[in-house]
Design a protein around this ligand. Sequence first.
Ligand SMILES: CC(C)(COP(=O)(O)OP(=O)(O)OC[C@H]1O[C@@H](n2cnc3c(N)ncnc32)[C@H](O)[C@@H]1OP(=O)(O)O)[C@@H](O)C(=O)NCCC(=O)NCCS
Length: 163
Amino acid sequence: LSEPALFGQWRHGGFVISTDPARVDIDTAARWLAETSYWANGVPRDVVARAVAGSLTFGLYVEETGAFAGMARVVTDRATFAYLCDVFVLEPFRGRGLSKWLLETITGHPDLQGLRRWLLFTADAHALYERYGFQPLTSPDRVMERHNPDIYAHAAPAKENNP
Ligand SMILES: CC(C)(COP(=O)(O)OP(=O)(O)OC[C@H]1O[C@@H](n2cnc3c(N)ncnc32)[C@H](O)[C@@H]1OP(=O)(O)O)[C@@H](O)C(=O)NCCC(=O)NCCS
């Protein structure tokens, strides 16, 4: 008897997308998010590990070597709502359509069909997400948030205390 595949896997142009969270290179992802991203600066490694494990995470890999090339994760109930976040492609792999393939794969995922709402935040990639149906909030006055932008500010290792 064949079991249904637990995790999805898609191949295209020498790259693989997988939803197996165990494949994510947490060290590289956490380092990129903590040091380079504009939204999660200073995020501790264990927070990234828990976020990846607790989300529907789409990892992007070089097919031949398995090297981690980027990711996106979806926080979702898989029935009504999905929040898309931590979308990035590592620099050597940019400019060849991989983020568009990632977005196509995510929005086409069988567990993410028929949802009432998707949300995301972006500083400058609006044009990328518009292709997949995202639009500015229609009623911002109906949306509230609890936001703690400095949550990771004190989490970074205090280098000055380590002579
Ligand atoms: C944004 C990012 C994921 C794009 O990845 P990529 O694989 O190089 O993108 P693609 O090759 O699939 O092309 C993306 C398309 O979206 C467009 N685009 C819109 N906003 C963009 C942005 N801020 N950065 C890059 N591309 C953007 C590009 O012009 C391109 O359109 P084209 O096909 O008409 O040329 C990548 O630059 C990245 O990781 N940036 C840093 C992290 C980030 O900003 N993530 C998004 C946060 S919400």
